[in-house]
Design a protein around this ligand. Structure first.
Ligand code: A2P
Length: 292
């Protein structure tokens, strides 16, 4: 699988100018890797942009790498869920299809009714998607070492990737190294540390003094340094931006070459700080389980 190292994430991208910005991200900036999910509810809008791009520019389907994900309430018929996504996207296939979260439930994510669908059955559904030529590759997201190691014991088609939260305060170094040794490529989501979630404990990596110092040295921006650090560690990142200037700035990370020493120093900022936690997801708020 060949995957462009810098992709554009589209989580919560439903702003009125989303389509225009995405078109310019592809045509004017040069993004070739788009990450979405059925849960993001923007596959239809992305499909409209892609049709426009394929009809009116020289950019072809095979020039793009498109990822989407199966949502937790669609685990009983995974190929059926992917067919729906493909219809919305207006594509015959995606490049990568992921299990968004390992759990299965019915109903709304804020009031989930959990289903007992074991991962081996979910994975069989994913493999069926490849056999039906609906996707070129399959993978996982938000899966820990234990579960990924287990999937590798029975997968007939191995997971190509595991998309997880990775940024300088959450480096997951041992997990990243192990995945690479198993040929499972990590993909880093929220690589800028979700700056919109200004955690009370100063979890704003874009403002970290070390990042600012290295940025100054390279005449780059903090975001470019953080993304260049991830690329130097050897995995793709998918910073979301619904803003043309910021996504152009992010693309500039490809021109920033950090020294080995700088990469190591940034990695040492790790404090195992997770901003996206499974415990925040269904029926739970702020990491604290809610009962009724
Ligand atoms: P915006 O879309 O307004 O640019 P995620 O964690 O899902 O990848 O989202 C990244 C967040 O960081 C988004 O809220 C995005 O806001 C913001 N962002 C993206 N690029 C930059 C940047 N270069 N500098 C500061 N904030 C950024």
């Amino acid at each position: 699988m060949l995957i462009p190292g810098l992709g554009v994430g589209t989580y919560a991208s439903t702003a009125p100018d989303f389509k225009e910005v995405l078109r310019r991200q592809i045509v004017d900036i040069g993004y070739r890797h788009i990450d979405t999910a059925s849960h993001y509810e923007n596959e239809q809008a992305i499909g409209e942009v892609l049709r426009d791009v394929f009809s009116n520019t020289g950019i072809k389907r095979e020039d793009l790498f498109v990822t989407t994900k199966v949502w937790c309430s669609d685990k009983n018929d995974i190929p059926g869920a992917l067919r729906k996504s493909l219809k919305a996207l207006g594509l015959d296939y995606v490049d990568l299809y992921l299990i968004h979260w390992p759990v299965a439930f019915e109903g709304d994510w804020q009031k989930p009714q959990f289903q007992k669908i074991p991962m081996h059955r979910q994975w069989a559904g994913m493999e069926e998607c490849v056999r039906q030529n609906l996707t070129r590759n399959i993978g996982l997201a938000n899966v820990n070492f234990q579960l990924l190691n287990d999937v590798l014991t029975y997968a007939e088609i191995r997971p190509a990737v595991n998309q997880i939260e990775l940024y300088p305060y959450l480096t997951q170094e041992a997990f990243v190294q192990w995945m690479k040794s198993e040929g499972v490529l990590p993909i880093g989501y929220s690589p800028l540390g979700r700056p919109y979630h200004k955690q009370a404990d100063g979890n704003v990596v874009l403002e970290d003094p070390l990042i600012l110092e290295i940025a100054k040295k390279h005449q780059a921006t903090p975001a470019q340094v953080i993304l260049a650090w991830a690329l130097a560690r050897g995995y793709p990142v998918i910073p979301k931006s619904g803003n043309f200037d910021r996504s152009k700035e992010n693309f500039g990370a490809l021109k920033v070459n950090l020294t080995e020493e700088e990469v190591t120093k940034i990695s040492q900022l790790n404090r195992n700080f997770r901003t996206v936690d499974w415990r925040q997801i269904p029926g739970m708020i702020g990491g604290v389980p809610m009962y009724e």
